[in-house]
Design a protein around this ligand. Structure first.
Ligand code: ZN
Length: 177
């Protein structure tokens, strides 16, 4: 197991589309484990491989925790290989979102309330799930990452520019230090 460094805004990697996964090799399984370790350590409820610098279409999610200090609920890790949204409801829902690549920034985002997602599991089997609530939001957020899209792209231009500027400034300060 390994906790890997997170790729943070404005890193250009976050804007690049990720490659589909062919065969599920031991390296892909190890990457999924690293992603789960990194996600739990952060802590976060979802992670896309690009967020640790691996440009493949792999997503991990665990929405089982009721709060950040919930230690009692058992972990329920989910791994999605090549996930794609095959259906989205017309009904919309608003959830507050954050992103491990945009630390300590939260905003409400409106997205379809329910989605159906096709993917492969780590055994290579084709799967499909229908999700609502926080899982629907999380899946859409992570699948966006695979296309180089961030949740701030769903905000007003003003908000997006403001947060982008803030992180660019922070990155400059850190590289100067
Ligand atoms: Zn994110």
């Amino acid at each position: 197991m390994a906790i890997r460094p997170l790729v943070i805004l404005p890193d250009a990697l976050l804007r690049k589309p990720s490659e589909p996964i062919g065969e599920i090799t031991p390296a892909i399984r190890a990457l999924a484990q690293d992603m789960l370790d990194t996600m739990y350590d952060a802590p976060g409820i979802g992670l896309a491989a690009v967020q640790i610098g691996e440009m493949v279409r792999l997503v991990t999610i665990d929405i089982s925790k009721k709060s950040e200090d919930d230690e009692e609920t058992p972990k329920a890790p989910m791994v999605f290989v090549n996930p794609e949204i095959v259906w989205a409801s017309d009904e919309l829902n608003v959830h507050e979102e954050g992103c491990l690549s945009i630390p300590d920034y939260y905003e409400e985002v409106e997205r379809p309330a329910r989605v159906r997602v096709r993917y492969r599991d780590l055994d290579g089997a084709a799967q499909e799930i229908e999700a609502d609530g926080i899982l629907a939001t999380c899946l859409q957020h992570e699948i966006d990452h695979l296309e180089g899209v961030l949740f701030i792209d769903h905000l007003s231009r003003l908000k997006r520019e403001r947060v982008t500027k803030r992180f660019a400034k922070q990155a400059r300060r850190e590289s100067a230090a």
